[in-house]
Write a protein that binds this ligand. Sequence first.
Ligand code: DHE
Length: 505
Amino acid sequence: MIFKPTLKTLVGTVLLASAALSAPTQAQDKNNTDIHDLYLQQCAACHGPDRLGGMGPALLPENLGRLKKSEAENVIREGRPATQMRGYEDILNDQQIANLTNYIYQPPSHELTWGEAEIRDSRIVNHPLGSLPDEPVFEVDDLMNLFLVVEIGDHHVTLLDGDKMEPIHRFPSRFALHGGPKYGPEGRFVYFGSRDGWITKYDIYNLKVVAEVRAGINMRNIAVSADGEYVMAANYLPHTLVLFDADNLELLDFVPVENEAGDSSRVSAVYAAPPRDSFIAALKDIPEAWEITVKNDQAQIRRMKSDTLLDDFFFDPSYEHLIGAARDGKHGIVMNLDSGDTVAELPLPGMPHLGSGITWEYEGRRVMATPHFGAGAISIIDMDTWEVIKTLKTDGPGFFMRSHENSRYAWADVFFGPNADKVHVIDKQTLEIVKTLQPAPGKVAAHVEFDRHGEKLLLSIWDKDGAVIVYDADTLEEEKRIPMNKPSGKYNVWNKIHYEEGTSH
Ligand code: DHE
Protein backbone atom coordinates (compact mmCIF):
# COMPACT_ATOMS: atom_id res chain seq x y z
CA MET A 1 0.00 0.00 0.00
CA ILE A 2 1.47 3.36 -0.86
CA PHE A 3 -0.45 5.67 1.42
CA LYS A 4 -1.36 5.82 5.04
CA PRO A 5 -5.02 6.04 6.00
CA THR A 6 -6.00 9.41 7.34
CA LEU A 7 -9.50 8.65 8.55
CA LYS A 8 -8.95 6.44 11.52
CA THR A 9 -12.60 5.84 12.13
CA LEU A 10 -12.93 4.08 8.82
CA VAL A 11 -9.96 1.76 9.12
CA GLY A 12 -12.03 -1.37 9.14
CA THR A 13 -14.63 0.33 11.29
CA VAL A 14 -18.14 1.16 10.32
CA LEU A 15 -20.08 3.65 12.34
CA LEU A 16 -23.67 3.05 11.50
CA ALA A 17 -25.52 6.23 12.35
CA SER A 18 -25.68 5.65 16.02
CA ALA A 19 -27.91 8.54 16.86
CA ALA A 20 -30.82 7.42 14.82
CA LEU A 21 -31.13 4.19 16.42
CA SER A 22 -32.14 4.31 19.87
CA ALA A 23 -35.79 3.80 19.14
CA PRO A 24 -35.81 0.14 18.24
CA THR A 25 -33.30 -0.92 20.84
CA GLN A 26 -35.38 0.75 23.53
CA ALA A 27 -38.71 -0.24 22.11
CA GLN A 28 -40.67 -2.71 24.13
CA ASP A 29 -42.79 -5.47 22.71
CA LYS A 30 -46.12 -6.27 24.24
CA ASN A 31 -44.61 -8.84 26.60
CA ASN A 32 -42.43 -6.07 27.86
CA THR A 33 -39.33 -7.78 26.63
CA ASP A 34 -36.64 -5.58 25.27
CA ILE A 35 -36.27 -6.26 21.54
CA HIS A 36 -32.56 -6.43 21.81
CA ASP A 37 -32.84 -9.10 24.49
CA LEU A 38 -35.36 -10.94 22.37
CA TYR A 39 -32.91 -10.84 19.49
CA LEU A 40 -30.15 -12.18 21.75
CA GLN A 41 -32.40 -14.99 23.00
CA GLN A 42 -33.83 -16.10 19.68
CA CYS A 43 -31.53 -15.02 16.87
CA ALA A 44 -27.99 -14.33 18.09
CA ALA A 45 -26.85 -17.97 18.14
CA CYS A 46 -27.01 -18.12 14.34
CA HIS A 47 -26.85 -14.46 13.27
CA GLY A 48 -24.29 -13.22 15.81
CA PRO A 49 -24.84 -11.04 18.90
CA ASP A 50 -24.02 -7.92 16.89
CA ARG A 51 -25.98 -9.13 13.80
CA LEU A 52 -22.80 -9.59 11.75
CA GLY A 53 -23.85 -13.12 10.86
CA GLY A 54 -22.63 -16.55 11.84
CA MET A 55 -24.17 -19.76 10.63
CA GLY A 56 -26.95 -17.51 9.35
CA PRO A 57 -26.56 -14.35 7.28
CA ALA A 58 -25.78 -10.86 8.61
CA LEU A 59 -28.93 -9.00 9.70
CA LEU A 60 -27.93 -5.41 9.00
CA PRO A 61 -29.78 -2.87 6.86
CA GLU A 62 -27.18 -2.95 4.07
CA ASN A 63 -27.24 -6.74 3.88
CA LEU A 64 -31.04 -6.90 3.98
CA GLY A 65 -31.49 -4.12 1.45
CA ARG A 66 -32.84 -6.46 -1.22
CA LEU A 67 -35.35 -8.23 1.03
CA LYS A 68 -38.74 -6.57 1.62
CA LYS A 69 -39.70 -6.19 5.27
CA SER A 70 -42.83 -8.24 4.66
CA GLU A 71 -40.70 -11.07 3.28
CA ALA A 72 -38.38 -10.88 6.29
CA GLU A 73 -41.41 -11.16 8.59
CA ASN A 74 -42.50 -14.25 6.70
CA VAL A 75 -39.08 -15.81 7.06
CA ILE A 76 -39.15 -15.23 10.82
CA ARG A 77 -42.68 -16.59 11.02
CA GLU A 78 -42.33 -19.60 8.72
CA GLY A 79 -38.58 -20.21 8.40
CA ARG A 80 -36.64 -20.95 5.23
CA PRO A 81 -37.16 -24.44 3.78
CA ALA A 82 -34.06 -26.61 3.47
CA THR A 83 -32.02 -24.38 5.78
CA GLN A 84 -31.32 -24.22 9.52
CA MET A 85 -33.75 -21.27 9.76
CA ARG A 86 -36.81 -22.66 11.53
CA GLY A 87 -40.15 -20.84 11.80
CA TYR A 88 -40.88 -18.92 15.02
CA GLU A 89 -44.67 -18.58 14.85
CA ASP A 90 -45.12 -21.04 17.71
CA ILE A 91 -42.75 -19.06 19.97
CA LEU A 92 -43.25 -15.42 19.02
CA ASN A 93 -46.47 -13.51 18.60
CA ASP A 94 -47.18 -11.19 15.65
CA GLN A 95 -46.08 -8.09 17.52
CA GLN A 96 -42.79 -9.65 18.54
CA ILE A 97 -42.14 -10.74 14.97
CA ALA A 98 -42.92 -7.23 13.69
CA ASN A 99 -40.68 -5.68 16.35
CA LEU A 100 -37.81 -8.02 15.56
CA THR A 101 -38.20 -7.25 11.87
CA ASN A 102 -38.01 -3.52 12.52
CA TYR A 103 -35.03 -4.05 14.78
CA ILE A 104 -32.92 -5.86 12.17
CA TYR A 105 -33.64 -3.16 9.59
CA GLN A 106 -32.22 -0.49 11.90
CA PRO A 107 -28.52 0.28 11.99
CA PRO A 108 -26.91 -0.91 15.24
CA SER A 109 -26.22 1.65 17.92
CA HIS A 110 -22.54 0.88 18.18
CA GLU A 111 -19.58 0.73 15.87
CA LEU A 112 -19.09 -2.45 13.88
CA THR A 113 -15.57 -3.42 13.08
CA TRP A 114 -14.24 -5.59 10.30
CA GLY A 115 -10.53 -4.95 10.20
CA GLU A 116 -7.44 -7.04 9.80
CA ALA A 117 -7.90 -8.95 13.07
CA GLU A 118 -11.51 -9.92 12.25
CA ILE A 119 -10.51 -11.00 8.75
CA ARG A 120 -7.65 -13.14 10.04
CA ASP A 121 -9.84 -14.69 12.75
CA SER A 122 -12.53 -15.60 10.24
CA ARG A 123 -10.25 -17.70 8.02
CA ILE A 124 -11.00 -21.42 7.80
CA VAL A 125 -8.56 -23.68 5.96
CA ASN A 126 -10.03 -27.15 5.50
CA HIS A 127 -7.47 -28.44 3.02
CA PRO A 128 -4.25 -26.47 2.62
CA LEU A 129 -3.01 -26.17 -0.96
CA GLY A 130 -1.21 -29.36 -1.97
CA SER A 131 -2.98 -31.63 0.52
CA LEU A 132 -5.60 -33.03 -1.87
CA PRO A 133 -5.10 -35.27 -4.94
CA ASP A 134 -4.52 -33.61 -8.31
CA GLU A 135 -6.82 -35.92 -10.29
CA PRO A 136 -10.56 -35.20 -10.56
CA VAL A 137 -12.78 -37.54 -8.53
CA PHE A 138 -15.30 -37.64 -11.42
CA GLU A 139 -15.03 -38.47 -15.11
CA VAL A 140 -15.79 -36.09 -17.96
CA ASP A 141 -14.42 -35.79 -21.48
CA ASP A 142 -13.43 -32.17 -21.14
CA LEU A 143 -12.58 -30.47 -17.85
CA MET A 144 -12.54 -27.14 -19.69
CA ASN A 145 -16.19 -27.46 -20.64
CA LEU A 146 -17.53 -27.62 -17.08
CA PHE A 147 -20.10 -25.10 -15.89
CA LEU A 148 -20.90 -23.88 -12.41
CA VAL A 149 -24.50 -22.82 -11.87
CA VAL A 150 -25.32 -20.63 -8.85
CA GLU A 151 -28.75 -21.47 -7.44
CA ILE A 152 -29.84 -18.55 -5.26
CA GLY A 153 -33.19 -20.15 -4.34
CA ASP A 154 -31.63 -22.34 -1.67
CA HIS A 155 -28.00 -21.15 -1.79
CA HIS A 156 -26.41 -24.04 -3.65
CA VAL A 157 -24.06 -24.45 -6.60
CA THR A 158 -24.30 -27.17 -9.26
CA LEU A 159 -21.33 -28.44 -11.24
CA LEU A 160 -22.44 -29.39 -14.74
CA ASP A 161 -20.76 -31.41 -17.49
CA GLY A 162 -20.94 -29.08 -20.50
CA ASP A 163 -20.60 -31.86 -23.07
CA LYS A 164 -23.40 -34.05 -21.78
CA MET A 165 -25.23 -31.15 -20.14
CA GLU A 166 -25.73 -33.21 -17.00
CA PRO A 167 -25.20 -32.25 -13.35
CA ILE A 168 -22.16 -33.85 -11.69
CA HIS A 169 -22.45 -32.54 -8.13
CA ARG A 170 -24.47 -30.05 -6.06
CA PHE A 171 -23.12 -28.40 -2.93
CA PRO A 172 -24.25 -25.72 -0.44
CA SER A 173 -22.81 -22.22 -0.78
CA ARG A 174 -22.58 -19.27 1.60
CA PHE A 175 -25.76 -17.22 1.86
CA ALA A 176 -26.50 -14.96 -1.14
CA LEU A 177 -23.62 -15.42 -3.54
CA HIS A 178 -23.45 -12.48 -5.90
CA GLY A 179 -21.38 -11.70 -8.99
CA GLY A 180 -19.47 -14.18 -11.03
CA PRO A 181 -17.33 -16.81 -9.30
CA LYS A 182 -13.74 -16.38 -10.47
CA TYR A 183 -11.64 -19.33 -11.68
CA GLY A 184 -7.91 -19.70 -11.15
CA PRO A 185 -5.99 -19.95 -14.45
CA GLU A 186 -5.95 -23.78 -14.51
CA GLY A 187 -9.70 -24.04 -14.02
CA ARG A 188 -9.34 -26.34 -10.99
CA PHE A 189 -10.00 -23.83 -8.21
CA VAL A 190 -12.85 -21.37 -8.14
CA TYR A 191 -13.54 -18.48 -5.76
CA PHE A 192 -17.09 -17.44 -4.81
CA GLY A 193 -18.05 -14.12 -3.18
CA SER A 194 -21.13 -13.62 -1.00
CA ARG A 195 -22.91 -10.38 -0.26
CA ASP A 196 -22.02 -10.91 3.42
CA GLY A 197 -18.34 -10.75 2.57
CA TRP A 198 -17.38 -14.42 2.51
CA ILE A 199 -14.87 -15.68 -0.03
CA THR A 200 -15.02 -19.44 -0.57
CA LYS A 201 -12.25 -21.28 -2.42
CA TYR A 202 -13.54 -24.52 -3.92
CA ASP A 203 -11.52 -27.37 -5.41
CA ILE A 204 -13.56 -28.59 -8.39
CA TYR A 205 -11.38 -31.70 -8.88
CA ASN A 206 -12.01 -32.87 -5.31
CA LEU A 207 -15.50 -31.36 -4.93
CA LYS A 208 -14.48 -29.73 -1.65
CA VAL A 209 -14.44 -26.30 -0.02
CA VAL A 210 -10.75 -25.86 0.70
CA ALA A 211 -10.62 -22.44 2.39
CA GLU A 212 -12.86 -19.53 3.38
CA VAL A 213 -12.35 -16.05 4.74
CA ARG A 214 -14.66 -13.13 5.45
CA ALA A 215 -13.30 -10.03 3.75
CA GLY A 216 -15.95 -7.55 4.85
CA ILE A 217 -19.45 -7.02 6.17
CA ASN A 218 -21.02 -6.17 2.84
CA MET A 219 -18.99 -7.11 -0.19
CA ARG A 220 -19.42 -6.05 -3.80
CA ASN A 221 -17.32 -8.56 -5.70
CA ILE A 222 -14.00 -10.33 -5.97
CA ALA A 223 -11.32 -10.64 -8.64
CA VAL A 224 -8.54 -13.17 -9.15
CA SER A 225 -5.26 -12.01 -10.71
CA ALA A 226 -4.43 -13.43 -14.15
CA ASP A 227 -1.53 -15.45 -12.73
CA GLY A 228 -3.83 -16.93 -10.08
CA GLU A 229 -1.64 -15.67 -7.23
CA TYR A 230 -3.97 -13.15 -5.63
CA VAL A 231 -7.62 -12.56 -4.76
CA MET A 232 -8.87 -9.01 -4.29
CA ALA A 233 -12.15 -8.22 -2.50
CA ALA A 234 -14.07 -4.95 -3.00
CA ASN A 235 -16.32 -3.90 -0.13
CA TYR A 236 -19.22 -1.54 0.51
CA LEU A 237 -18.83 -2.05 4.26
CA PRO A 238 -16.32 -1.22 5.49
CA HIS A 239 -14.82 1.00 2.83
CA THR A 240 -11.94 -1.30 1.98
CA LEU A 241 -10.18 -3.33 -0.67
CA VAL A 242 -8.59 -6.48 0.73
CA LEU A 243 -5.81 -8.54 -0.84
CA PHE A 244 -5.41 -12.26 -0.20
CA ASP A 245 -2.95 -14.94 -1.17
CA ALA A 246 -4.99 -17.18 -3.49
CA ASP A 247 -3.35 -20.38 -2.16
CA ASN A 248 -4.95 -20.46 1.28
CA LEU A 249 -6.76 -17.11 1.46
CA GLU A 250 -4.26 -15.58 3.83
CA LEU A 251 -4.67 -11.83 4.35
CA LEU A 252 -1.84 -9.94 2.67
CA ASP A 253 -2.94 -6.31 2.56
CA PHE A 254 -5.84 -4.24 3.86
CA VAL A 255 -6.47 -1.01 1.99
CA PRO A 256 -8.81 1.66 3.39
CA VAL A 257 -10.46 3.29 0.39
CA GLU A 258 -10.02 7.05 0.72
CA ASN A 259 -9.12 10.02 -1.39
CA GLU A 260 -6.16 12.23 -0.59
CA ALA A 261 -8.35 14.38 1.67
CA GLY A 262 -9.28 11.35 3.78
CA ASP A 263 -12.89 10.96 2.58
CA SER A 264 -13.76 7.32 2.29
CA SER A 265 -15.76 5.48 -0.36
CA ARG A 266 -17.52 2.25 -1.18
CA VAL A 267 -16.01 0.29 -4.06
CA SER A 268 -18.28 -0.13 -7.10
CA ALA A 269 -16.37 -3.19 -8.35
CA VAL A 270 -12.89 -4.60 -8.87
CA TYR A 271 -11.72 -6.64 -11.87
CA ALA A 272 -8.46 -8.22 -12.98
CA ALA A 273 -6.84 -6.60 -16.03
CA PRO A 274 -4.68 -9.47 -17.34
CA PRO A 275 -2.48 -7.69 -19.94
CA ARG A 276 -1.72 -4.97 -17.41
CA ASP A 277 -0.94 -7.47 -14.66
CA SER A 278 -3.08 -5.39 -12.35
CA PHE A 279 -6.52 -4.97 -10.79
CA ILE A 280 -8.78 -2.03 -11.68
CA ALA A 281 -11.35 -0.73 -9.19
CA ALA A 282 -13.91 2.08 -9.47
CA LEU A 283 -14.99 4.01 -6.38
CA LYS A 284 -18.64 4.69 -5.80
CA ASP A 285 -18.51 7.84 -3.65
CA ILE A 286 -15.29 9.46 -4.86
CA PRO A 287 -14.70 10.27 -8.55
CA GLU A 288 -11.69 8.02 -8.94
CA ALA A 289 -10.70 4.71 -10.50
CA TRP A 290 -7.67 2.88 -9.10
CA GLU A 291 -5.13 0.65 -10.78
CA ILE A 292 -3.73 -1.74 -8.21
CA THR A 293 -0.54 -3.69 -8.79
CA VAL A 294 0.90 -6.09 -6.26
CA LYS A 295 4.56 -5.83 -5.24
CA ASN A 296 5.99 -7.93 -2.41
CA ASP A 297 2.45 -9.01 -1.55
CA GLN A 298 1.40 -5.38 -0.99
CA ALA A 299 -1.10 -3.36 -3.02
CA GLN A 300 0.32 -0.32 -4.86
CA ILE A 301 -2.37 2.18 -5.79
CA ARG A 302 -2.38 4.44 -8.84
CA ARG A 303 -5.23 6.94 -8.73
CA MET A 304 -7.04 8.04 -11.87
CA LYS A 305 -9.39 10.95 -11.34
CA SER A 306 -12.64 11.21 -13.17
CA ASP A 307 -15.19 14.01 -13.56
CA THR A 308 -17.94 11.71 -12.51
CA LEU A 309 -18.72 9.05 -9.91
CA LEU A 310 -18.45 5.61 -11.44
CA ASP A 311 -20.64 2.58 -11.01
CA ASP A 312 -19.90 -0.73 -12.69
CA PHE A 313 -17.56 -0.80 -15.68
CA PHE A 314 -16.17 -2.74 -18.60
CA PHE A 315 -12.91 -2.91 -20.57
CA ASP A 316 -11.95 -2.94 -24.22
CA PRO A 317 -10.25 -6.20 -25.28
CA SER A 318 -6.75 -4.72 -24.93
CA TYR A 319 -7.53 -3.30 -21.48
CA GLU A 320 -6.38 0.15 -22.60
CA HIS A 321 -9.73 1.68 -21.78
CA LEU A 322 -12.28 1.48 -19.01
CA ILE A 323 -15.87 2.13 -20.04
CA GLY A 324 -17.76 3.19 -16.92
CA ALA A 325 -21.38 3.95 -16.10
CA ALA A 326 -21.80 7.33 -14.45
CA ARG A 327 -23.68 7.08 -11.18
CA ASP A 328 -26.08 9.80 -12.29
CA GLY A 329 -27.48 7.17 -14.68
CA LYS A 330 -27.34 9.60 -17.58
CA HIS A 331 -24.12 8.81 -19.40
CA GLY A 332 -21.00 6.69 -19.60
CA ILE A 333 -17.35 7.65 -19.80
CA VAL A 334 -14.30 6.16 -21.48
CA MET A 335 -11.09 6.44 -19.48
CA ASN A 336 -7.67 5.74 -20.97
CA LEU A 337 -6.01 3.53 -18.39
CA ASP A 338 -2.49 4.59 -19.34
CA SER A 339 -2.99 8.35 -19.09
CA GLY A 340 -5.91 8.26 -16.66
CA ASP A 341 -7.68 10.80 -18.89
CA THR A 342 -11.34 10.64 -19.77
CA VAL A 343 -11.22 10.43 -23.57
CA ALA A 344 -14.91 10.20 -24.43
CA GLU A 345 -18.39 10.60 -23.03
CA LEU A 346 -21.10 8.22 -24.13
CA PRO A 347 -24.73 9.28 -24.39
CA LEU A 348 -26.15 6.33 -22.46
CA PRO A 349 -29.29 7.36 -20.64
CA GLY A 350 -31.17 4.83 -18.51
CA MET A 351 -28.27 3.53 -16.41
CA PRO A 352 -26.31 1.20 -18.68
CA HIS A 353 -25.35 -2.09 -17.04
CA LEU A 354 -21.80 -2.04 -18.32
CA GLY A 355 -20.70 -5.01 -16.25
CA SER A 356 -22.84 -7.04 -18.67
CA GLY A 357 -21.26 -5.61 -21.77
CA ILE A 358 -20.01 -7.87 -24.55
CA THR A 359 -18.03 -7.18 -27.73
CA TRP A 360 -17.82 -8.58 -31.26
CA GLU A 361 -16.53 -7.79 -34.76
CA TYR A 362 -19.05 -5.91 -36.88
CA GLU A 363 -18.22 -4.70 -40.40
CA GLY A 364 -14.49 -4.81 -39.70
CA ARG A 365 -14.58 -2.98 -36.40
CA ARG A 366 -15.13 -3.95 -32.80
CA VAL A 367 -18.40 -2.97 -31.20
CA MET A 368 -19.65 -3.36 -27.66
CA ALA A 369 -23.23 -3.72 -26.52
CA THR A 370 -24.78 -2.98 -23.16
CA PRO A 371 -28.30 -3.30 -21.76
CA HIS A 372 -29.81 -0.59 -19.52
CA PHE A 373 -31.41 -0.91 -16.09
CA GLY A 374 -33.67 2.04 -16.71
CA ALA A 375 -34.63 1.78 -20.38
CA GLY A 376 -35.89 -0.86 -22.79
CA ALA A 377 -32.87 -0.48 -25.02
CA ILE A 378 -29.50 -1.95 -25.90
CA SER A 379 -26.76 0.47 -26.90
CA ILE A 380 -24.27 -0.70 -29.51
CA ILE A 381 -21.06 1.34 -29.50
CA ASP A 382 -18.16 1.53 -31.97
CA MET A 383 -15.04 0.98 -29.87
CA ASP A 384 -12.76 2.99 -32.19
CA THR A 385 -14.80 6.17 -32.39
CA TRP A 386 -16.79 5.65 -29.15
CA GLU A 387 -19.98 6.53 -31.01
CA VAL A 388 -23.29 4.84 -30.34
CA ILE A 389 -24.04 3.29 -33.71
CA LYS A 390 -27.39 1.80 -32.80
CA THR A 391 -29.93 1.88 -30.00
CA LEU A 392 -31.94 -1.29 -30.24
CA LYS A 393 -35.41 -1.09 -28.73
CA THR A 394 -36.29 -4.04 -26.47
CA ASP A 395 -39.41 -5.19 -24.62
CA GLY A 396 -38.12 -3.66 -21.36
CA PRO A 397 -34.99 -2.89 -19.32
CA GLY A 398 -32.49 -5.75 -19.21
CA PHE A 399 -29.80 -7.09 -16.90
CA PHE A 400 -27.51 -9.46 -18.79
CA MET A 401 -26.15 -9.94 -22.33
CA ARG A 402 -24.21 -12.88 -23.66
CA SER A 403 -22.73 -14.32 -26.81
CA HIS A 404 -19.71 -16.33 -27.97
CA GLU A 405 -17.12 -15.71 -30.65
CA ASN A 406 -18.45 -18.73 -32.59
CA SER A 407 -22.10 -17.69 -32.44
CA ARG A 408 -23.85 -15.27 -34.77
CA TYR A 409 -26.32 -14.38 -32.02
CA ALA A 410 -26.26 -12.32 -28.85
CA TRP A 411 -28.86 -12.99 -26.14
CA ALA A 412 -30.44 -10.27 -24.02
CA ASP A 413 -33.07 -10.58 -21.29
CA VAL A 414 -35.91 -8.25 -20.34
CA PHE A 415 -35.39 -8.54 -16.59
CA PHE A 416 -37.68 -5.75 -15.44
CA GLY A 417 -41.34 -5.12 -16.13
CA PRO A 418 -44.20 -7.15 -17.54
CA ASN A 419 -42.07 -8.88 -20.19
CA ALA A 420 -39.53 -10.36 -17.78
CA ASP A 421 -40.32 -13.84 -19.08
CA LYS A 422 -39.03 -12.93 -22.55
CA VAL A 423 -35.57 -13.16 -24.04
CA HIS A 424 -34.36 -11.49 -27.23
CA VAL A 425 -32.00 -13.08 -29.72
CA ILE A 426 -30.03 -10.48 -31.69
CA ASP A 427 -28.23 -11.09 -34.98
CA LYS A 428 -24.75 -9.64 -34.43
CA GLN A 429 -24.35 -8.74 -38.12
CA THR A 430 -27.70 -7.06 -38.80
CA LEU A 431 -27.98 -5.65 -35.26
CA GLU A 432 -31.65 -6.64 -35.27
CA ILE A 433 -33.72 -8.78 -32.91
CA VAL A 434 -34.42 -11.94 -34.90
CA LYS A 435 -36.36 -13.93 -32.35
CA THR A 436 -38.04 -13.38 -28.99
CA LEU A 437 -38.47 -16.46 -26.81
CA GLN A 438 -40.85 -16.93 -23.90
CA PRO A 439 -39.68 -20.27 -22.49
CA ALA A 440 -41.68 -20.29 -19.22
CA PRO A 441 -44.60 -17.82 -19.33
CA GLY A 442 -44.85 -15.80 -16.13
CA LYS A 443 -41.34 -16.68 -14.91
CA VAL A 444 -38.25 -14.51 -15.32
CA ALA A 445 -35.94 -15.87 -18.03
CA ALA A 446 -32.47 -14.35 -17.87
CA HIS A 447 -28.72 -14.86 -17.97
CA VAL A 448 -27.18 -16.99 -20.68
CA GLU A 449 -23.82 -18.71 -20.83
CA PHE A 450 -22.46 -20.58 -23.86
CA ASP A 451 -20.44 -23.76 -23.74
CA ARG A 452 -16.76 -23.48 -24.64
CA HIS A 453 -17.40 -24.13 -28.34
CA GLY A 454 -20.29 -21.70 -28.72
CA GLU A 455 -22.52 -24.56 -29.89
CA LYS A 456 -24.95 -24.80 -26.99
CA LEU A 457 -26.08 -22.38 -24.35
CA LEU A 458 -27.81 -22.38 -20.99
CA LEU A 459 -30.61 -19.98 -20.03
CA SER A 460 -31.93 -19.61 -16.44
CA ILE A 461 -35.56 -19.67 -15.36
CA TRP A 462 -35.37 -17.67 -12.11
CA ASP A 463 -37.90 -19.52 -10.05
CA LYS A 464 -37.85 -21.81 -7.01
CA ASP A 465 -39.37 -24.31 -9.38
CA GLY A 466 -36.99 -23.20 -12.09
CA ALA A 467 -34.55 -24.72 -14.52
CA VAL A 468 -31.64 -24.12 -16.79
CA ILE A 469 -32.70 -24.65 -20.38
CA VAL A 470 -30.22 -26.00 -22.91
CA TYR A 471 -30.53 -24.48 -26.41
CA ASP A 472 -28.77 -25.24 -29.66
CA ALA A 473 -26.92 -21.98 -30.29
CA ASP A 474 -27.46 -22.15 -34.04
CA THR A 475 -31.00 -23.45 -34.53
CA LEU A 476 -32.22 -21.74 -31.31
CA GLU A 477 -34.18 -24.94 -30.55
CA GLU A 478 -34.64 -26.03 -26.94
CA GLU A 479 -32.88 -29.35 -26.20
CA LYS A 480 -33.62 -30.01 -22.55
CA ARG A 481 -34.51 -28.53 -19.16
CA ILE A 482 -32.51 -29.30 -16.04
CA PRO A 483 -34.59 -28.50 -12.93
CA MET A 484 -32.93 -26.06 -10.52
CA ASN A 485 -33.83 -23.79 -7.60
CA LYS A 486 -33.77 -20.21 -8.88
CA PRO A 487 -30.60 -20.54 -10.94
CA SER A 488 -28.95 -17.15 -11.49
CA GLY A 489 -25.54 -17.04 -13.16
CA LYS A 490 -23.77 -19.82 -15.04
CA TYR A 491 -20.05 -19.84 -15.63
CA ASN A 492 -18.17 -21.95 -18.17
CA VAL A 493 -14.56 -22.74 -17.23
CA TRP A 494 -13.06 -22.28 -20.70
CA ASN A 495 -14.95 -19.08 -21.50
CA LYS A 496 -13.98 -17.52 -18.20
CA ILE A 497 -10.31 -18.40 -18.08
CA HIS A 498 -9.85 -17.38 -21.72
CA TYR A 499 -11.76 -14.12 -21.27
CA GLU A 500 -14.07 -15.10 -24.13
CA GLU A 501 -15.44 -11.96 -25.86
CA GLY A 502 -19.10 -12.84 -25.36
CA THR A 503 -19.05 -13.42 -21.62
CA SER A 504 -18.42 -11.49 -18.44
CA HIS A 505 -15.01 -11.38 -16.84
FE1 DHE B 1 -25.52 -8.00 -9.67
C1 DHE B 1 -22.76 -9.31 -11.23
C2 DHE B 1 -23.81 -5.10 -9.16
C3 DHE B 1 -28.32 -6.60 -8.36
C4 DHE B 1 -27.19 -10.95 -10.11
N1 DHE B 1 -23.66 -7.33 -10.15
C5 DHE B 1 -22.66 -8.06 -10.72
C6 DHE B 1 -21.45 -7.29 -10.71
C7 DHE B 1 -21.73 -6.10 -10.12
C8 DHE B 1 -23.13 -6.12 -9.76
C9 DHE B 1 -20.77 -4.96 -9.87
C10 DHE B 1 -20.13 -7.75 -11.30
C11 DHE B 1 -19.41 -8.50 -10.23
C12 DHE B 1 -18.56 -9.66 -10.73
O1 DHE B 1 -19.07 -10.50 -11.45
O2 DHE B 1 -17.41 -9.72 -10.35
N2 DHE B 1 -26.01 -6.15 -8.94
C13 DHE B 1 -25.16 -5.11 -8.87
C14 DHE B 1 -25.87 -3.95 -8.40
O3 DHE B 1 -25.36 -2.81 -8.19
C15 DHE B 1 -27.30 -4.31 -8.25
C16 DHE B 1 -28.10 -3.59 -9.34
C17 DHE B 1 -27.90 -3.88 -6.93
C18 DHE B 1 -27.41 -4.67 -5.75
O4 DHE B 1 -28.24 -5.07 -4.96
O5 DHE B 1 -26.24 -4.93 -5.63
C19 DHE B 1 -27.23 -5.79 -8.52
N3 DHE B 1 -27.41 -8.66 -9.28
C20 DHE B 1 -28.38 -7.95 -8.72
C21 DHE B 1 -29.59 -8.72 -8.57
O6 DHE B 1 -30.69 -8.32 -8.07
C22 DHE B 1 -29.36 -10.05 -9.18
C23 DHE B 1 -30.23 -10.16 -10.43
C24 DHE B 1 -29.71 -11.21 -8.26
C25 DHE B 1 -28.74 -11.42 -7.15
O7 DHE B 1 -28.12 -12.50 -7.14
O8 DHE B 1 -28.54 -10.54 -6.32
C26 DHE B 1 -27.89 -9.92 -9.55
N4 DHE B 1 -25.08 -9.77 -10.54
C27 DHE B 1 -25.91 -10.86 -10.61
C28 DHE B 1 -25.23 -11.94 -11.30
C29 DHE B 1 -23.97 -11.46 -11.65
C30 DHE B 1 -23.89 -10.11 -11.13
C31 DHE B 1 -25.82 -13.32 -11.62
C32 DHE B 1 -22.87 -12.19 -12.41
C33 DHE B 1 -23.11 -11.97 -13.86
C34 DHE B 1 -22.09 -12.67 -14.71
O9 DHE B 1 -22.51 -13.37 -15.60
O10 DHE B 1 -20.89 -12.52 -14.52
